[in-house]
Design a protein around this ligand. Structure first.
Ligand SMILES: NC(=O)c1ccc[n+]([C@@H]2O[C@H](COP(=O)([O-])OP(=O)(O)OC[C@H]3O[C@@H](n4cnc5c(N)ncnc54)[C@H](O)[C@@H]3O)[C@@H](O)[C@H]2O)c1
Ligand SMILES: [Zn+2]
Ligand SMILES: [Zn+2]
Length: 369
């Protein structure tokens, strides 16, 4: 069959919307009609070449929700007509990591930047050329064939337009606070970067019982809206935020969560911690510029922790359903997160809006559920 999709042909060029050929689903695969796809900074980083090893051309997009239109052989637990959220990290349920409850590290994610499905299959083609989908998905396509291990079936009470952001931004940010940092009641938490991931780190810190959630972002309009997601204070620079948290009883924050991939911010985050505090890093960035340069001894003597968090350290087959219940209870803000929607043809405008700070999360709407 044919599908329209936004692909990246070369590093640094805009996304181009083209027609592709799409295979039927093979064993363990499903054909999805994507309804919505979030615009995550990681796709922009691929476009800019910050994750230098992506295989191009590639169908972009790794945060999406859609409807199952066909299933291949031996697919269990997913049927035609089901609504699904796609997880940008697959969970095969069988590798050492999945069986240990660490599916955010699933071995099947090894080809995320190649984009082929398990078994090495490429299901998108253009003029005889094979194309992968970002994170084995390619949510910037109207239709895609994806592996069942990337899909989570959800009830139909919540619109698919609302659910796309659960494929990346929400679990990544929420889980950075809840699963990785393990924020505790009464904690002081600083979140650096109030984008799609950072605002969800605020929501996670709120649900975990933080007493103060201090947001840092140079875009003042993001600070204005951050209280909706739990923020209790906001600053446009790390220097101002540091002065504030250093004046607190414990002399610093219990946790700093980093969700902006800009050089110097990790060091700035560490400088805001109390003794025994922890920096949790969710952001990704250009490896040439986004690096750590620190004297180690003071970190040791102050018992400082630094950890990365992939996909919010989320065991998504459990966490997704908790997040849906929190949304149903009115405690997880998803509708407020989606600040603007776009058609597929408007994708480059969507990313310009991301970069100019106009969006909390922009979402492409492929069609109506
Ligand atoms: N760990 C993971 O599994 C994972 C998953 C998804 C995204 N990411 C990464 O998380 C980061 C955030 O993604 P996003 O989609 O939320 O991006 P975004 O662009 O929506 O958010 C980034 C925010 O950082 C702010 N910012 C820029 N410079 C800053 C500075 N100097 N100080 C404070 N804030 C600053 C921006 O204004 C923006 O609000 C990206 O690096 C992305 O690649 C990681
Ligand atoms: Zn993402
Ligand atoms: Zn696995």
């Amino acid at each position: 069959m044919k599908t329209h999709a936004a692909i990246l042909e070369e590093i640094g060029t805009p996304w181009s919307v083209v027609e592709l050929d799409l295979d039927a689903p093979g064993e363990g695969e499903v054909l999805l009609e994507f309804i919505a796809s979030g615009l995550c900074h990681s796709d922009e980083s691929i476009r800019k070449g910050s994750f230098g090893n992506a295989r191009l051309p590639m169908v972009g997009g790794h945060e999406g929700s859609g409807i199952v239109r066909a299933v291949g052989k031996n697919v269990r637990g997913i049927k035609e007509g089901d609504h699904v959220v796609c997880s940008f990290r697959p969970s095969c349920g069988q590798c050492d990591y999945c069986t240990a409850g660490e599916s955010y590290l699933c071995n099947e994610s090894v080809n995320s930047l190649v984009g082929c499905l398990p078994g090495g299959h490429f299901r998108f083609h253009k003029d005889g050329l094979d194309l992968g989908g970002n994170c084995m998905l390619g949510t910037f396509s109207q239709y895609a064939v994806v592996s069942e291990i990337s899909c989570l079936v959800v009830d139909k009470d919540i619109p698919l337009e609302t659910l796309a952001v659960l494929g990346c931004a929400v679990p990544t940010g929420w889980g950075a606070a809840v699963n990785a940092a393990q924020v505790a009641p009464g904690d002081v938490v600083v979140v650096i970067g109030a984008g799609g991931v950072g605002l969800n780190a605020c929501q996670g810190a709120l649900h975990a019982g933080a007493a103060q959630i201090i947001v840092v972002d140079p875009v003042a309009s993001k600070l204005d809206v951050a209280p909706v997601f739990g923020a209790t204070a906001g600053f446009t620079s790390t220097e101002e935020a540091r002065d504030y948290v250093k004046s607190l009883r414990q002399g610093g924050a219990d946790h700093v969560i980093l969700s902006a991939g800009v050089g110097g911010l990790a060091e700035a985050g560490i400088s805001m911690l109390r003794k025994g505090g922890a920096l949790t890093i969710a952001a990704l960035g250009d490896p040439a510029k986004y690096r750590l340069d620190l004297a180690i001894s003071p970190l040791v003597m102050q018992n400082i922790s630094i950890r990365g968090s992939a996909f919010g350290t989320s065991h998504i087959r459990t966490d997704l359903y908790k997040l849906l219940d929190l949304y149903r209870a009115g405690r997880l803000k998803l509708d407020e997160l989606v600040s603007k929607t776009y058609t597929l043809d408007e994708i480059n405008t969507g990313f310009e809006d991301l970069l100019s700070g106009q969006n909390l999360r922009g979402v492409i709407l492929h069609g109506k559920a």
